[in-house]
Write a protein that binds this ligand. Structure first.
Ligand SMILES: *Cc1c(COP(=O)(O)O)cnc(C)c1O
Length: 369
């Protein structure tokens, strides 16, 4: 890659292929892979990423909201798309774009069936979400009977899949919790299937679930973070390649005298003469204020430069006293090896998921393939 000349999020589609291959290698024969491309494919670009995954033969996509699925359809993606968190107000959009809603409560089931009746739909694909302990969205196990009753009285919808979500699939110290969720899911989904005249797919594993609970793949698995290069533990991170690298440049270098301040509200006071570099990157680009005051760091010519003072909206300043560098030089905020988004985020007790999805649309995306 040529050196950055402005703030850029570089998306490596070869790394995406690599991660797709690694995750696929963990699957038993015949298990389908659903790629989770919500939140602009975890902060990258949902269309570019989905096109690549479709070419690689992915079986399903998942998005959080209907509008995200609409974007994929408007860009000619044809793979089935599960909408994880549909809202009543978007049923029109869902059907118009052949999106498949997750139905997670008696109220949603009633409303979707009523909508399907009013539109004269037949066998419209829906997915039944069961709550097994995450307590976020999903039918309680006790509501499964309600589902069965309601479904037996209509031919407007077909259950394409039954699924659940693990609350702590990366937490090996609490394995029993996930194991209980898996067994409750198995029981509830079997009961539902026994009361249908056909057999929907079943799935409950996210990326760490795929890595830690190979016995629970059922018919399909859902991978998000793994495809983007993180495995939620050091060992697995080594097997994956982060697809996103956030780069910027040095706009200006200052020599700061002892006692002088840097940035807003005297957020940094020099204890001795030092050098600062100003970067064209700020909280409006997704760099939280918490990274300021020495917490976060960037990498310049392989050396770590801590962020000093308060993060501004469009800029931040770093300490480069011990780093030979010049105005215009490239700066790595996070990327592959030694400066991953996971390490970057850990400086403010955050996680890879949060920082990669936070990079705002203002930051230019470029693609390597
Ligand atoms: C976001 C999400 C996933 C993806 O999880 P990863 O940890 O990124 O693999 C899977 N399932 C559901 C229900 C989700 O909301």
């Amino acid at each position: 890659m040529p050196k950055a000349t402005e703030t850029t999020l570089e998306i490596n589609l070869n790394a995406l292929s690599y991660n797709f291959g690694y995750i696929s290698s963990k699957l038993h024969k015949g298990i389908k892979l659903m790629a989770v491309v919500k939140a602009s494919a975890y902060g990258s670009d949902s269309v570019k990423v989905a096109k690549k995954l479709e070419a690689l033969g992915v079986d399903y996509f998942a998005v959080a909201y209907a509008s995200e699925g609409e974007t994929l359809r408007n860009n000619n993606l044809e793979t089935p798309i599960l909408v994880l968190h549909p809202q009543t107000v978007n049923f029109d959009k869902i059907v118009q774009h052949c999106l498949e809603p997750s139905i997670y409560s008696p109220l949603m089931l009633d409303r979707f069936i009523a909508f399907a009746e009013s539109e004269n739909l037949k066998n419209y694909p829906i997915h039944i979400k069961i709550n097994t302990g995450m307590n976020r969205i999903g039918f309680s196990v006790n509501d499964v009977n309600y589902c069965i009753k309601k479904l037996s009285k209509t031919n407007t919808v077909t259950v394409k899949s039954i699924f659940s979500h693990l609350a702590a699939s990366e937490d090996m110290e609490n394995r029993v919790f996930a194991e209980k969720q898996i067994s409750d899911f198995k029981t509830a989904s079997e009961y539902l299937i026994n009361n249908l005249s056909y057999t929907p797919l079943r799935h409950t594993l996210n990326t760490s679930g795929i890595l830690n609970f190979p016995e629970a793949q059922f018919d399909m698995v859902r991978s998000g973070i793994g495809l983007y290069g993180f495995g939620n533990c050091e060992e697995e991170n080594k097997n994956l390649r982060p697809i996103a690298t956030l780069k910027t440049i040095i706009s200006q270098i200052h020599t700061i005298k002892k006692g002088e301040s840097v940035g807003y509200n005297f957020g940094f006071i020099a204890e001795k003469e030092m050098k600062s570099a100003t970067l064209p990157l700020g909280h409006a680009d997704g760099i939280n204020r918490a990274y300021g005051k020495g917490n976060g760091f960037v990498t310049i010519h392989g050396k770590k430069a801590p962020m000093i003072g308060n993060i501004c909206m469009d800029m931040l300043m770093v300490d480069i006293t011990n780093i030979p560098c010049e105005e215009g030089d490239e700066v790595i905020v996070f990327g592959e090896k030694n400066a991953t988004a996971e390490e970057f985020a850990s400086s403010i007790h955050s996680i890879s998921y949060e920082i990669i999805t936070a990079i705002s649309p203002r930051v230019k995306r470029i693609f390597v393939d």
